[in-house]
Design a protein around this ligand. Sequence first.
Ligand code: NAD
Length: 336
Amino acid sequence: MIKVAVNGYGTIGKRVASAILAQPDMSLIGVSKTSPNYEAYQAQKMGMSLYVTKESAKEFEEAGIKVKGVLEDMIREADVVVDATPNGVGAQYKQIYSSMGKRALFQGGEKANVADVSFSALCNYDEAVDKKFVRVVSCNTTGLLRTLCTLNKMSKITKVRGTIVRRAADPKEVKKGPINSLIPDPASIPSHHAKDVNTVLKDLDIVTMAVIAPTTLMHVHMLDITVSTSVTREDVLSVMKSTPRILLASSKSKVGSTAEIVEVARDMGRNRNDLYELIIFEDSISVKGNEVFLMYAVHQESIVVPENIDAIRAVSGFSDGRKSMEITNTSMGIRT
Ligand code: NAD
């Protein structure tokens, strides 16, 4: 059993913790919290061991939330630490993980140089095997890489141009906006998403532009991908349909928006309405010679969760990426 600790129990951390509990080859040492809020209360109710920073121990005691120890106790017990602290905080913890001889995963909000390798399971599982520090790329980059590495199997990609409509905030974030505006980021072309794709697909010619939209549900990407041979729409459909963690939403099912996609997740009884799969709008797939056009939606809160689970196995020396993805998909009920 791989013993895993989750440092930072927020949007990503809580989902990774739940996914670890579903794995046949992993055990959850515990999760860390910095304040005794509703998330700490629920984690305790679910039977997870809570560890806290030294400074916050008294606050938890006063709130009547029982803790198992301090953060360092949790790290000591673990083989692998999943760091899901806010952007930039993970890098501050690297020294602690390193001095305690632990392997660690970081999230996409950290700079790429925090880790030995940036990770996307379908693209470069092998590169992360036995590495000490791995960074799971962000939700948008995971969506881009899942798409591009899938299409690369059909015909080598030579150029990508994309537009990213970013959700303004996660559903629980009450202080973020905008609530009635679209905010383009004209000063940043290519947007950081293209640069992040290049941390995995190093030589790819990719330019992305981004706009923030007043929604909390999902991101939407619109891509124009040039491949090296002439392909058909059927070729694209076939490779997408045969790749795990990608689903097609067709207008026949009347699912044509992010709101309806999330409603399907609710109807499926998915934990926290999560959609670990990339959702491609099937009718958007068009081909003109060597160019492929498509649109898809990314559930920002959950798409990186299966990637974290595969990365835990990779850093622990499990070398069969395909098998790891199979175990993850089966245990989490991910459509393949
Ligand atoms: P979050 O704010 O929801 O959760 C972060 C958690 O870390 C909170 O529970 C917070 O209390 C805790 N924390 C804060 N300081 C801490 C400290 N010093 N020590 C221990 N815990 C601490 O953030 P999130 O959205 O889960 O993001 C975490 C990481 O995942 C970031 O790198 C982010 O870029 C990345 N990410 C986020 C999303 C998303 O859509 N939310 C998607 C993909 C990747």
